[in-house]
Design a protein around this ligand. Structure first.
Ligand code: CAA
Length: 368
């Protein structure tokens, strides 16, 4: 029922703008309005804090169905979860009521600030500093590759509070867009997900109350990694959705396109391609849904399964979208058809929330 509801909403209110959003590189406000109107913008927020209280699998379904029509728009529910998960996992009650409540009410979106210009895969090598000053913390530094930066109101920022301790000297904070000293870089010019702004976040003597620290001092890196355990599953969901959109389009196309006197879908070479695409996608879906169940239960082996789902589903999304372009031939290579956009959008799922090489490090360190 949830899938049908989100699919109908996505097709009616998000799909019509997907090509334009990509072409113009503009934020999909129509998608945000539609998701807010249906209370689907941040379904993971627990009911205690005014949210829909959707479990991890339901959240995956929402992201998957939005991604099926527009990869950029699926980053609204996905990054709202990524940005706010540190608060869900480690925040005190007051912080949860304030920020999860605001997110659930649609007062602002959440972004996640871990990466820096010189600290991507080596996240613990970050330089952004937070220094205690009475009952405040003062933050200075640059965060890079921040999804939805500028359009989000709230930012989870990981910063060094004790440089001598590397990962154990990192703490997490909530920073607001309106805090003095917060500003943003120019939007990155990207290959895909062009509707979702990716910008640097500059923190210039940003003074925030100590109550905005998420969890205890020194636990920020562990919180950031625990967050990714859960949200790599949502990137897998985005990958599934993008791939499903491309497969659905190609499946229909081959029944209409005629060559040699019959629909190209009648040729076994084309049928075999579609069979392989659907088979791989279904395998990725099962891995993702099982990882979602582990996320919901916070199973001990979530770290492996979250990384495996993200790695496998994103690789499959790339394969499937490339094959969809191939099935449409020259038409697939043009912007008159949606599959080249889907192929460009799929690529990032192999890179963000940890490259697929990092996923293999994570899996190898956490073999089941
Ligand atoms: N759960 C809980 N704690 C964890 C953990 C986990 N999954 N993983 C690590 N930790 C904690 C542990 O306490 C560990 O300490 P112990 O030695 O006591 O166990 C501590 O963190 C340090 O862990 P590591 O020694 O494993 O740290 P490392 O420096 O070797 O790094 C890494 C490991 C896996 C490579 C990590 O740096 C990593 O995941 N890198 C990729 C970062 C990433 O995914 N960035 C994406 C940013 S989000 C994004 O893409 C933006 C967007 O907007 C979409």
């Amino acid at each position: 029922m949830l899938r049908e509801t989100v699919r109908a909403l996505a097709e009616a209110k998000i799909a019509p703008f997907a090509a334009q959003v990509d072409e113009e590189g503009r934020f999909p406000q129509e998608a945000l309005d539609a998701l807010l109107g249906a209370d689907l913008h941040a379904v993971h927020v627990p009911e205690t804090y005014g949210g829909a209280g959707a479990d991890a699998l339901a959240t995956v379904l929402v992201i998957e169905e939005v991604a099926r029509v527009c990869g950029s728009s699926s980053l609204i529910p996905a990054v709202n979860k990524l940005g706010s998960m540190p608060v869900v996992l480690s925040g005190g009650e007051e912080l949860k009521h304030t920020y999860l409540g605001a997110l659930a009410r649609g007062e602002g979106m959440f972004s996640y600030c871990l990466s820096e210009p010189e600290a991507g895969s080596d996240a613990a090598g970050m330089k952004t500093r937070a220094v205690r000053d009475g009952d405040h913390w003062v933050l200075n530094g640059v965060k890079r590759w921040i999804t939805n930066a500028g359009v989000s109101e709230y930012y989870t920022v990981m910063a060094v509070t004790d440089p001598a301790k590397r990962s154990k000297g990192i703490s997490a904070f909530v920073v607001e867009k309106g805090d003095e000293g917060v500003s943003f870089g120019a939007p990155e010019k990207k290959l895909g997900i062009k509707g979702s702004p990716t910008r640097e976040v500059y923190l210039d003597n940003v003074r925030i109350p100590a109550s905005r620290m998420i969890g205890a001092e020194g636990t920020g890196f562990a919180t950031a990694m625990r967050t990714l355990d859960h949200t790599r599953v949502t990137i897998a969901a985005q990958a599934l959705g993008i791939a499903q959109g491309a497969l659905d389009y190609a499946k229909q196309y081959v029944t209409e396109r005629k060559q040699f006197g019959k629909p190209i879908g009648d040729f076994q070479g084309v049928q075999f391609m579609l069979a392989d695409m659907a088979m791989k996608l279904e395998a990725a879906r099962q891995l993702t849904y099982s990882a979602a169940a582990k996320s919901e239960r916070e199973d001990r082996d979530l770290t492996f399964h979250g990384a495996a789902a993200k790695c496998f589903a994103s690789d499959i999304a790339m394969d499937v979208t490339v094959d969809a372009v191939q099935l449409l031939g020259g038409y697939g290579y043009t912007r008159d058809y949606p599959v080249e956009r889907m192929m460009r959008d799929a690529k990032i799922t192999q890179i963000y929330e940890g490259t697929n090489q990092v996923q293999r490090i994570v899996m190898a360190r956490n073999l089941p």
